[in-house]
Design a protein around this ligand. Structure first.
Ligand SMILES: N[C@@H](CCC[C@H](N)C(=O)O)C(=O)O
Length: 295
C-alpha cells in the first residue's frame, strides 16, 4: 500500500514554495516531478520547492548532520538544483516551527551553501506571519568586470556570490529591466558557469532600495532573499561602505514587488536578512499522478 505524500504551500514576500516534508528522504523527487509540482496550471504552483530532509538522511546534508539536524534540499521551478534560497530558508524554518520539530530560538539549517542560522521568535498567534532573521554568511565579490544587458545597451554590474550567483545592476527606473520574460544577457558568460540570478536596483532614499529580479531556474519572481542580500552588499560598496573593514554595520531596506526585506551587513561581514515567512495551505499529493512523473 502506498503512503500519502503530504505537502504545504508557503511564501516569503511572495516568493512561493511547495514544501515537501520527507524527514527520511524516501520520496523520489527528480527534476520532472519538481517541475510538475511547481507548475502553476497543471501542478500545485511555486517559484521553487523546499524538500525538508534530515541532514543525516541526505547525501549532500550528511556532512552537516552534527551541526544542523535539517537539510534544505532546494529546487528551482524548472527542477534544477540551487545552492541556497533566502526566502526559502525562512519558510523552511517556519515549517519546522509549526510542525513542532523546533522551538523558538536559534535554528541551524544545512544548505548546499553551508549552515545558515535562523532566529525564530515565539509565534504571537497561530498563522501570524512574524519576521525571521537569518544569518546568510559573508558575501563574496569575485574579481573581474561583469555587464548586464539593459535595453539595447550593456551596463556595469557587480558580481556577488551569496552561496548562489548574482549580477546586480543599478538603473534609474525598474521599468528599464523590460518584461523579463527571458533571462537577461550577462557578460562574460564565463563569469557564471552555473548560470546567474540578475537583479535590477534603484535608490528610493538613503538606505532604501527597490529591485526586480530574474531568477535562474524560475524566471522573474516577486522576491529573492539572496538577491536582496546581493543588492544590499553591492549598494554598500558603491556607497563606500565595507563593514568588515570599518567595523560599522550597513543596513538597507530592499523593496521587492512582493514585500520588504531588511538587510544588514554586520561588522564581522556576515549578512543578516529579516523578513516574513508564511504558511498558507496544507494538502495531499495524488500518488498516481506523482508516480507517473517519476516512472
Ligand atoms: N528565491 C531564492 C533564490 C532561489 C535560487 C535561485 N533561483 C538560484 O538558482 O540561485 C531566494 O530567496 O534567495
Amino acid at each position: 500500500m502506498s503512503t500519502a505524500i503530504g505537502f504545504l504551500k508557503g511564501h516569503g514576500t511572495q516568493n512561493d514554495f511547495v514544501i515537501i516534508p520527507d524527514p527520511e528522504n524516501t520520496i523520489d523527487l527528480g527534476p520532472d516531478a519538481v517541475a510538475a509540482l511547481c507548475d502553476r496550471r497543471a501542478g500545485i504552483g511555486g517559484d521553487g520547492l523546499l524538500h525538508v530532509v534530515r541532514s543525516a538522511a541526505h547525501p549532500e546534508g550528511r556532512a552537516y548532520a552534527d551541526e544542523a539536524e535539517w537539510f534544505m534540499d532546494y529546487r528551482n521551478a524548472d527542477g534544477s538544483v540551487a545552492e541556497m534560497c533566502g526566502n526559502g530558508v525562512r519558510v523552511f524554518a517556519r515549517y519546522l516551527q509549526r510542525a513542532g520539530h523546533v522551538d523558538a530560538g536559534e535554528l541551524a539549517v544545512a544548505t548546499r551553501a553551508g549552515v545558515k542560522r535562523a532566529h525564530l521568535a515565539k509565534e504571537e498567534a497561530p498563522g501570524a506571519p512574524g519576521e525571521i532573521t537569518v544569518e546568510m554568511g559573508v558575501a563574496r565579490l569575485p574579481e573581474g568586470e561583469v555587464e548586464v544587458r539593459v535595453g539595447s545597451g550593456l551596463r556595469p554590474a557587480t558580481h556577488v556570490d551569496m552561496g548562489n550567483p548574482h549580477a546586480v545592476t543599478f538603473v534609474t527606473d525598474l521599468a528599464e529591466a523590460g518584461e523579463l520574460r527571458t533571462a537577461p544577457e550577462v557578460l562574460p558568460a564565463s563569469a557564471y558557469p552555473r548560470g546567474v540570478n540578475v537583479e535590477f536596483v534603484v535608490d528610493r532614499a538613503p538606505g532604501a532600495l527597490a529591485m526586480r529580479v530574474h531568477e535562474r531556474g524560475s524566471g522573474e519572481t516577486r522576491s529573492c532573499g539572496t538577491g536582496a542580500c546581493a543588492v544590499a552588499v553591492a549598494a554598500a560598496r558603491r556607497d563606500g561602505l565595507d563593514p568588515a573593514r570599518t567595523g560599522r554595520p550597513a543596513t538597507y531596506t530592499v523593496d521587492l514587488p512582493g514585500g520588504r526585506l531588511t538587510i544588514t551587513e554586520r561588522a564581522d561581514g556576515v549578512v543578516e536578512m529579516t523578513g516574513p515567512a508564511v504558511l498558507v495551505a496544507e494538502g495531499t499529493i495524488d500518488q498516481d499522478w506523482l508516480a507517473a512523473l517519476t516512472a
